[in-house]
Design a protein around this ligand. Sequence first.
Ligand code: ADP
Ligand code: ZN
Ligand code: ZN
Length: 823
Amino acid sequence: MDRVSNKPQDSLYDVAVMAAIRHPLTYRFPPSWTVATGQRVLVPLATRKATGIVLGPTSKLAPGIEVREALRTLDPEPALSPELVRLGLWISDYYLAPPGEVFRAMLPLRQETRRARQVHLTEEGRRKLQELAAGPPEESNTSQDAALLAYLDRRPGASFEILQRKFPDAYARALDEKWVTVEEVKKERSRRQVFAVRLAGPLPEHPPRLSPVAKRIMEALEQQGPAEDHRPLLESARAQLASLRKLGQKGLIELSESGWQGAHSVLRERDAPETAGGTPAPRLTPAQSAVLADLFPRLDSGGFGVVLLHGITGSGKTEIYLHLIARCLERGRSALMLVPEIALTPAMQSLFYSRFGDEVALLHSGLTERERDDAWWRVRHGQARVVLGTRSAVFAPLANLGTVIVDEEHDSSYKQDETPRYHGRDVAVVRAQYAGALALLGSATPSLESYWNAQEGKYHLAKLEERIAGRKLASVEVVDMRQEFRETHTQMPLSRKLEEEIEAQLRASAQTMLLLNRRGYSWFLLCRSCGQTQRCVNCSVSLTYHRREHRLSCHYCGYSTAVPSHCPACGSEYLQYVGEGTEKIEHKFAELFPGARVARLDRDVARRRGEFLRVLDEFRRGKIDILVGTQLIAKGHDFPGVTLVGVLSADIGLGLPDFRAAERTFQLVTQVAGRAGRGEAPGRVLVQTFYPEHYAIRLAADQNYSGFFSKEMGFRRMMHYPPLTALANIVAQHEKLERAAQVAKEMGDFFTKVEAQFPGIKILGPGPAPLAKVERRYRIQFLLKSNSRANLHALLKQLVHHATQSAIQPREIMIDVDPVNIM
Ligand code: ADP
Ligand code: ZN
Ligand code: ZN
């Protein structure tokens, strides 16, 4: 047994352990193991066990470090291809994130199978057992043998680990004497039984009398739509499985052990008329053909390249994506397309299904564990070669990738706001590079970064400058709300002009969309006596009033509390709701326009999936006259019936202390304006604002992208902001203010010490972050600006090294490279 001591050097492996550890750890692997890069292994970590990804053999070992032995491999095949391991290491390096945490984000899997070694009796073994059973008990050896064989006889397939523990000597003997054989089997992890649940149909006119529990279940199903997993449903309805079964027996709901073939089945049914037989692709316009003629040779060349597709709203970008993907499939390659928020674009999903059928796999965070696992392995095994997904789908295990498409590439939801803080668009480009694929970034309002790269010649620029079928962009009019106030002396959310236009729409039975980028009912609750607002206990922000729940809630951490009847600070009862969110506008409009069908779409509605899909669907079918919503309604939707778009307050984001405020406002106004006039009838847009002369608003009203680009680039150049300057946001954070301050001081001292080495880097701070406290953690901020990305990276590496030396935990210092949000 002393093989352990003289194992060859090459059994040492580097493993990225899925924990907040800044570097890979080295483990010893038993020589009998065959492991490959990308394989998942179970390793000991301090006093617990952890999953890790094998990076490769290593020989370098710091002296004096005790190497522990890995416990076992977790999958029969590597979960990650070498290409994806390389991508993960790039992310870990570029974003200075612990490698194990990167791989955890890349592999959203449960442990599907484990290997079990099952032991069975052989013929020899059976004979021996009979022999021993017949004879009288003799020495202890023999009685141990008898006990082992009898045990196996009762439990064929018992595990090797148990036998070894129970009968250590006899087991070795039994193997030698060939009384037993060992079989390796893949064993499904034991799963708790999971049911998918849905309503059996529309509720009957006179529903049977139901218990309160049963009512809660029915309500939950109605609001949330079908559930793929009964457990959260039971939790939210505070019910037991027995109640579900009873409802099933009554025929009110259906239970299924095998799910409804993934989340999309609901959508497929819903969209059945559209998808039946597959919608034929429309004839391409000359402009679309020209773009594809430009793209195809780049795809076929089999080399890496990036194309930025700048196509105005309604110019038919989707058809370009679909044709590119079809071309990939024809050539035996696979394709990946990222969209900002998939749950919000069921229309895109049904298009994909109708064109590519079962080749499609959806990957996004709205899936249940089981659906995600199923989709992931379908892709891993090559059964699905087209992936449509959100940010983390950039890690989809596709082989032989031909193209990576990023739709609405400017969208900030591509940036992950927790470790690893990667940008999905930028990772998509690196992934394409490693795969020798074509990256296609599409938008009507490209990010400054991407457009700059195109101007610099790093990306190829393709353009669609006309709307489909010669449709015109909507005409935009700016309404000066200061003027409005001077004339009416009231602070109204709705100008007279917009009100008239909406009335005209209603008379003409035409549809209207209204953007207000603020959800909830009122912005906050203000005490008229002492001036305090009700604030979150965890974050330094005011709580928003939500009328549906009649509660105040925090949009950062989710904390929510009952509405107080008296001011908790001074006891006064003069509390006033201030400001209006989408929920209030929805209510107001229902009063203001009696008879109009008003609905709302925002993140609160999106949480109730059934309702969300219903609103989208009814709006598309013209059953809703006015749709009020946040930026969710601006995202890529194609509602041909909308001829009027109103922006209630275009400047909500403009006052924020964030250098991207103007860019975001420009994008939002341009995108929402782009929802108007997508059908036959031309569209109109009214933009209400208190800053009519602000360039972001003026140029968005003109839908003048290049004008905005040059103006904004001037500002970025002058202020040393991206894309001309590399930026990193560093935040010391801790529940205790003293510790946050101490960490900030450590970092400040470090920066002072190394500043001279990095003359091109400007270090701003320390200062309180604009959000000085989030989720109970105090936050102290540094902003690093560098004229050289390489230098910035070198400095950050040193910072991480210094943090490790000074026992600063990874969670105590947040490093955000290329931050999108610096609040
Ligand atoms: P974008 O994403 O550029 O805003 P879409 O791809 O949504 O635009 O296309 C706008 C509309 O034009 C959609 O309704 C789409 O079905 C339609 N469309 C796209 N290409 C064609 C075409 N070649 N012929 C007819 N209609 C088209
Ligand atoms: Zn008060
Ligand atoms: Zn909070």
